[in-house]
Design a binder for this molecule. Sequence first.
Ligand SMILES: NC(=O)c1ccc[n+]([C@@H]2O[C@H](COP(=O)([O-])OP(=O)(O)OC[C@H]3O[C@@H](n4cnc5c(N)ncnc54)[C@H](O)[C@@H]3O)[C@@H](O)[C@H]2O)c1
Length: 426
Amino acid sequence: MRSETLKLLRRKSFKAQQNVYDVTPAVRKQSPRVSLSSYGISPHALEIVIDGPAVTPTTTKALLDAGFNVNVERSPARIFDDSEFEAVGASLVPEASWVDAPYDHIIVGLKELPEDSFALRHTHVQFAHCFKNQGGWQDVLSRFSLGGGTLLDLEFLTDDSGRRVAAFGYHAGYAGAALAIEAWAWQLNNPPSKPLPGVKPYANQSLLLDDVRSKMAEGEAKAGHKPRVLVIGALGRCGRGAVDLCRQAGVPEDSILKWDMAETAKGGPFGEIVESDIFVNCIYLSSPIPPFLDAESLASSNRNLSVVCDVGCDTTNPHNPIPIYTENSTFSSPTLPAKVPNGPPLTVISIDHLPSLLPREASEAFSQALMPSLLQLKDRSSSKVWQQAEQLYKEKVLTLPETLRTAVATVTGTQGAVGTVKYVDR
Ligand SMILES: NC(=O)c1ccc[n+]([C@@H]2O[C@H](COP(=O)([O-])OP(=O)(O)OC[C@H]3O[C@@H](n4cnc5c(N)ncnc54)[C@H](O)[C@@H]3O)[C@@H](O)[C@H]2O)c1
């Protein structure tokens, strides 16, 4: 082995893995995970985006019933209490203790691991945000390659038709449409100097729905009608969520315009958008398209549009089809003002973590969608979804500079015993 590689490996020391109590405070503070082995699952908690795990109490029970061992890290912050996991029979383990799990455990989490430099030896199932050359991707990816670990990235788990196995879209659209209706009603009853107040995650969906219904009634009292809502990307995950929210809130069916590829084929900008009260964009932007609205269409005397919710949130994409805002809004400040030459004020909702408004339901839906694949972890070598994910990981590792990919740790035995890890050149 080249001395350069050896130095790198030493620097990215594995000492944190020798004993659970050797782990640095930084590692200890990370969000909790679940660890499963082929006879048990040990994943990192899906705390990232959602404040809820990729494995919920319901899906934990399904995994236990299927013969997995499931170790769930304790967490005071997770949307599901530790006791809910205990009640279904999971083993509760200390926060951040996955680093000491035997190497044949699979570490399942939602969010990326906190930044650190020690190399990773386990197989990790999580969102890692390093396969598309994102900032710092080499640092993230090389932790796996240098440690002999494997990254099976949740973002790229696809079924036979190439569709993602699990995603958070439905609840993003649902939450986005909910906030859009609330913003519409608020703006009718308040001056532009008083933007929609901050929102907090809801304990459950029916509480959100109650709020939307009562606020929509306030808007209706002022406007004399319920809002007309145009959803583009209505056939996708986010779009279906947005349409369902509108229906459940009581927007009449003929006031919910459901557009997808066929309706936008002629190319924007579209008069129907500015003539609606609310526009919810739910498209997956895969190639440049003409804008859906622009300064000219917004200047139309037919404009009723007062709220745009861009669930797609291609905020920094140069081809963002909603080129009327440049930053993301947040739960504490959900709306941003957009420039309009005349007519009613216009605000934009561009929150990029909308499912967090409904952490319980969003986690449960994600976890249920992931479940059939998690069950296949028992026999990963014959599972197409995991084989594809592993192949993709290997291909991405090959795009690393040689010094970050050539050393691979072959792990034998269990963790903790010095000398059970040997590094081999590839
Ligand atoms: N803001 C958030 O918190 C949040 C959360 C989850 C997903 N998203 C984003 O939302 C977007 C949609 O995700 P999804 O899971 O619903 O995708 P999806 O693939 O399930 O659905 C996208 C839909 O958009 C349609 N579409 C694509 N281009 C179109 C066009 N030019 N005109 C009309 N329709 C078009 C497709 O036909 C499809 O029906 C993605 O960009 C995703 O990253 C945002």
